[in-house]
Design a protein around this ligand. Structure first.
Ligand code: ARG
Length: 461
C-alpha cells in the first residue's frame, strides 16, 4: 500500500506519470538535514503549545536524531514511492517513532512553510561558504599585486593601448568587484534570515505555535511578517542567483584577460602546469581551461537566474507547485561555484607574469600622448589646443614608424614653440604613472594606499 500524505479524500494513488513528474527527491534530498532541524524546532513549539507531552517530545526528538544519523550514514534514503524530501522524512519518522507519535509532528505546519524555510537555510549556508571562496580569490589577487608592486603594464580601453598603469592597479580592479560580491552575499544572508515556519499552507496556524521560537532555534533573526508572503515569495532566491551570476560575470571578465594574456601574442602570463591542461594531439599545448570554464559557467549561472525569474513572474499568491522549480537553479549555481572558486584562486595565485615584456609594451602605441597634452596644460596651454599638438606629435611619429620619445627636440619645436626640450621629462612610463597620484589613481603612492584600503576592506569582509 502506497504511503501518501493525503490519503483521505482520494480513491487511489497517483498515476505513474503523475508521480514521476511530481517527484523531487533526486534534487531536494540535500535539504534533508535542514528539514530535520526544522522538525526538531517544530516539535518543541508543539510541546510548548501543549500538543506533545514531555515524554512524547523526548521520543520525537530521539526519533528525529536517529533519522538524521541514518540520513547522514546513508542507511535511510528516499524510496521510489516518496514524492519529496519532506514526505520521505515523514515516512522515516513514522518508521522510527511509530505512527501514533510520528503522526503528531505534522500538526500546524505544511510543506509550503517548510520548503520556504529550508531553502532560506540552504542559501544562507551557501552564501557564507561562497564568500569564503571568493575571499581566497581576492587574497590571490592582492598577493600578486603586492608581489609585482611597481611593475607597469599597458592600460587599455577598447582593448587598445590607452595609458600605462601599474599591474597591481589592474589586478586590484578585479579584486574590488569581488569584494562587493562578498558584501552582496552578506547583505542577502541577512535578508534571508527570516523564517517562514508558522505560515502553514498560507494562512498561519490555529494551534498557538510560536513562530519566533522556531525562527531562533533555526538561526533566523525573526519569523515572517506575513504568512502568505512567507510561503509564496522567492525574491531572496532570485537575489541569491543574481549575486551568483554577478560572481560568474566578474570571474568571467578576469578569465577573458587571463586567456588573452596567456596567448603568444600578448605573452603576459604563463599558467602553472597544475592549473592548465594539455592537448591530446598537439604536444606543445598549454590551455587556460580554468578561465574558459569560468567564462562558460558564467553563462550557465545567468541562465539559472533568468530561468527562476521567468518561473516566478506569473505566479498568483500563495504557494503554487511551480515553486518546486526554485531549487535546481539555486543548487546548480552553488555547485558550479563550489567547483570553480578553489580552482580559480589556485590559477590566480600561481600565474607567472612576464613583467619585463609588460613594462616594455606599457608606453608603446603612443600611450604617453595624454601626458604630453597634460604637460602643455600645466604650462598654460588650453587643453583643446594641447590635444591637437599632442595629436600632431603622434601623427609625425607614426608616419616614421617611431614612438613619441624617438622624436628629437627639433621635431617637437617644429610642431610648436610650446614644446621645449623639458617635454622629455614626461615621456617615461613611470613618470606618467606616478603623475596620477590622486586617490584611486595608478601612481605608486596611490596604489600603495589602495592596497592598505583593500586590506581594511578584506578584514571586514
Ligand atoms: N516539494 C514542494 C516544493 O519543493 C513542496 C511541497 C509543497 N507541495 C504542495 N503540493 N503543496 O515546492
Amino acid at each position: 500500500e502506497r504511503l501518501s500524505l493525503w490519503g483521505g479524500r482520494f480513491a487511489g494513488g497517483p498515476a505513474e506519470a503523475m508521480a514521476r513528474l511530481s517527484k523531487s527527491t533526486h534534487f531536494d534530498w540535500r535539504l534533508a538535514g535542514y528539514d530535520i532541524a526544522g522538525s526538531k524546532a517544530h516539535a518543541r513549539v508543539l510541546h510548548r503549545a501543549g500538543l506533545l507531552d514531555e515524554e512524547e517530545l523526548a521520543g520525537m526528538l530521539s526519533a528525529l536524531d536517529e533519522l538524521l544519523a541514518d540520513v547522514e550514514s546513508g542507511a535511510f534514503t528516499a524510496a521510489e514511492s516518496d514524492e519529496d524530501v519532506h514526505s520521505a522524512l515523514e515516512r522515516g519518522l513514522l518508521e522510527r517513532a511509530g505512527a501514533q507519535l510520528g503522526g503528531k509532528l505534522r500538526a500546524g505546519r505544511s510543506r509550503n512553510d517548510q520548503i520556504a524555510t529550508m531553502g532560506r537555510m540552504y542559501i544562507r549556508d551557501a552564501a557564507r561558504r561562497l564568500a569564503g571562496g571568493l575571499l581566497e580569490i581576492v587574497t590571490a589577487l592582492r598577493d600578486q599585486a603586492e608581489a609585482h608592486f611597481g611593475a607597469p603594464m599597458p592600460g587599455r580601453t577598447h582593448l587598445q593601448h590607452a595609458q600605462p598603469v601599474l599591474l597591481s592597479h589592474h589586478l586590484l580592479a578585479h579584486a574590488w568587484p569581488l569584494l562587493r560580491d562578498i558584501e552582496r552575499l552578506r547583505d542577502l544572508d541577512a535578508r534571508a534570515g527570516v523564517s517562514a515556519y508558522g505560515s502553514g499552507a498560507l494562512a498561519g496556524s490555529s494551534l498557538g505555535l510560536d513562530p519566533q521560537a522556531v525562527a531562533e532555534e533555526l538561526g533566523f533573526a525573526s519569523s515572517v511578517e506575513n504568512s502568505i508572503d512567507g510561503t509564496a515569495s522567492r525574491d531572496v532566491f532570485a537575489e541569491f542567483l543574481f549575486v551568483t551570476a554577478m560572481i560568474g560575470v566578474d570571474l568571467s571578465r578576469l578569465s577573458e584577460e587571463v586567456i588573452l594574456w596567456a596567448t603568444k601574442e600578448f605573452g603576459f602570463v604563463v599558467l602553472d602546469d597544475a592549473y592548465s591542461t594539455g592537448s591530446s594531439i598537439m604536444p606543445q599545448k598549454k590551455n587556460p581551461d580554468i578561465a574558459e570554464l569560468a567564462r562558460g559557467k558564467a553563462g550557465r549561472i545567468i541562465g539559472d537566474l533568468t530561468g527562476l525569474l521567468a518561473t516566478l513572474k506569473g505566479i498568483p499568491l500563495a504557494y503554487n507547485r511551480d515553486l518546486q522549480e526554485d531549487k535546481e537553479p539555486v543548487f546548480d549555481a552553488v555547485d558550479s561555484l563550489d567547483l570553480l572558486l578553489p580552482a580559480f584562486s589556485g590559477m590566480i595565485a600561481t600565474l607567472r607574469f612576464d613583467t619585463e615584456r609588460m613594462a616594455k609594451l606599457a608606453p608603446e602605441g603612443f600611450a604617453l600622448a595624454t601626458d604630453l597634452a597634460e604637460w602643455l596644460v600645466r604650462r598654460g596651454v588650453p587643453f583643446r589646443e594641447a590635444h591637437e599638438l599632442s595629436g600632431a606629435a603622434v601623427k609625425l611619429a607614426e608616419s616614421r614608424g617611431q614612438e613619441l620619445w624617438d622624436l628629437s627636440d627639433e621635431d617637437y619645436a617644429g610642431l610648436s614653440e610650446q614644446f621645449t626640450a623639458e617635454v622629455r621629462e614626461v615621456l617615461t612610463t613611470l613618470g606618467s604613472i606616478d603623475s596620477r597620484s590622486a586617490r584611486g589613481g595608478t601612481a605608486r603612492q596611490a596604489v600603495r594606499a589602495q592596497l592598505e584600503e583593500l586590506a581594511t576592506a578584506m578584514s571586514r569582509a
